[in-house]
Design a protein around this ligand. Sequence first.
Ligand SMILES: Cc1ncc(COP(=O)(O)O)c(C=O)c1O
Length: 502
Amino acid sequence: MPVDETSLFHLETLDPIRRFTDALAGSCLDPRPPASEDEPHELIARNPDLFTRGGSWPRDVWVTGGLGAVLDSVVVDTGERQELIDLCTILTVLGINDPWVKLKQLTHVLSRSPHHVTIRLGCDLYYRVARRILKCFDGLGEPGDHVVNIRQCNGSDAVELALHAAWNAAREAPGRRRLGTFRGSYHGESLTASLISEHQPRHGSGRLLVESADNVTFFPSPRCAEDGSPDAESLATLDALERDGEEYFAVIIEPVQWRNAVHAVPLEFLRRLRDVCTRKSICLVFDEIHNGFGYTGTISFAEHSGVCPDIAAMSKGLTSGHGSLAIMVAKRDFSEIDGPFAGKSNAADMTSLVAVDAVLDRLLGVEPEDADAIPEWLPDELAAELRVGLLGTAYDRTVALVDSLFLELRRRFPGVVGASTGVGLVRGLVMLDGLGRPSEAVASAVAKQCLANGVYVRQAGTALFVKPSLVLGPAEADLALDGLSRTLAQVTRGREEEAGPA
Ligand SMILES: Cc1ncc(COP(=O)(O)O)c(C=O)c1O
């Protein structure tokens, strides 16, 4: 199926690269033959012998390739091949196989530049990436107000580092040992992250080492009253911080709580939270792992919201899936980190840093000095996008596609489709049960059934989680509408059959 945006293409189709890939054909370096001789269903049958139990198993639909928002997939049970519309990329903000990121990584790999630089040693790429990321925070204060750590691998690492930096900054105030967090939150799966998340491992013998931390306060998930102002519980949270602020070293909040049916924290609450944290000298941490790096139209959620945290933890989107990396951006007051924190061994991977640099090119446009040096053999559409950046050209259009997709689904299936939640490209669509109540069971069943109907979405509490890449085009959105409609029609029919003849 053609993608709408012709700026997407597979690298092997580029003239300067074709000679190289032709030279690999038939050799053991040829990347085209499958990695295993067994069929997917035979491999899946071996899951219990090979893998730990639970969420890490490869499952019923396999991906063999893809471009942009389209994944080439195989339904394992039937062997049927299908084009799957990826409406929930989680972190591939540029879609699958972005040609520019791959090209920049390829040129790096072909060069003599180091692919790995261990922590004791330096490399100029660190400085370029740090400068470009910090430039995105310049508008949120004075240039130079922020510093960055780019040596984390996962979102959980960046969250933990943020808390460490906040704790460290409060070391002269031994009375400040309390952390505020919110119900509905998820901050990752490390011990620290799960101690401060409402969503934690649910099964088995409970948490590792400790059940809870007695210096963590969970506030209710912030909501609005009908007039748009913070509701009574949220006001009580602000009052509690006003009253007991001297006990807190930090408050951490996810501006869009995706596991909580993709609930967007009201902006007015964030503003007031910022205000009380400033007055009480509490470090405000934004967990921007999901909402940062393009998904809400800007690099930082602070730019989107106008509310600036003291520390932002970011990860998904950074490399658009071309490597594992997480970062922490902090105001200068929170720049002190004690060893051995701050330098994860695997974050010394240079190809991830190359990816961040390339993702910034794609989102914001290339650096002015690079604009005149874009290779002339690059397809015109990609070259044109690189001069402007997708956040300027594609973001509003893609958000509009999601808006109209949701509106149309609600019009067609008013008994199943409830409210639209979230912000920008971090979105939820609430699923209703037969009595019109938001339902986790319906959301879970619909997400599962969507896969068989050619659309990938996830469940997030009572909502479908929709987080498409910026390059989703109208034709793909139409296919997603078809797949979702088939699924929701099946749900509606099932309900009618259950209810029996009228
Ligand atoms: C809001 C939020 N914070 C932190 C994390 C942890 O990120 P990671 O899985 O990379 O450790 C996640 C992961 O989904 C997340 O959604």
